[in-house]
Write a protein that binds this ligand. Sequence first.
Ligand SMILES: [Mg+2]
Length: 301
Amino acid sequence: MARILIIDDSKLILHVAKTILNKQGHQVLLAEDGNTGLQTAATEYPDLILLDLILPGIDGYEVCQRIKKEDATSEIPVIMLTSKSEAADKVRGLEMGASDYVTKPFDEGELIARVNIHLQIRELHENLKEKNRQLKEMANRDGLTGLYNHRYFQETISKDFQRAIRYHESLSCVMFDIDHFKKFNDNYGHQTGDMVLKTLGGLIEELIRDSDLSARYGGEEFVLLMYHTAPKEALMIAERLRKAVEQYKFHADDLVLTVNISVGVAGFPHPEITDAKTLIECADKALYRAKDEGRNRVVVF
Ligand SMILES: [Mg+2]
């Protein structure tokens, strides 16, 4: 079942087309002139539009052009209803963005067939768009943890740093890794290590704010980007995360395991931090200091 808008100034045509389409299970919206049709298209966002070319006021060509020009309605297929048999009119309508035409008086079977074809094409198109969106999202994600990946993080922080400068916003970067993770992997195996990374990914997502961005930086290293957040505030969130990880019990077979993280925090504005690269480097330096000072702690640059 689809929602179909018919724009035609003939009450008879509206009635006949509506009856045919209703029988097919479609919901039908009606408009008797171009302006009403455009309004209905913009507010109701139908799945398909049947459009008469000769209308009082603005004609069908112009209605079609406007539907195709507006982002919100541009992808709605338009089938012209024309009583003219001249090829030139059909061509002009197709040039304005119409998908097809049906000549009046129309044959019931032909109208149904053409409507169904264009509904199918539209559905395929929508599915393809959704698939593309999913693929794009997958390409930005780390396969193991589900967090954003290194490449996406780098792209994002570059853009976000520019914005932070332009709008004088604070931006904090939190970098952390799992203490002695190599030893952990040696002791318990890489599968258990991967389980910890994966679980940690979920824990991070749960603990950070919706507005923060989290990514797997590489190996056992993670990074958070906190918007409108000064280092002081980032430190509090980082400390909360450090504690939560420290207390978390990872279950592997009949073992209950724990891990700790060392955390470095750096934030803009800061006299030494002038670009995204330096922001990351400073967070990394703070992380190394956290390691030097005995691990399982948060250090602010
Ligand atoms: Mg007419």
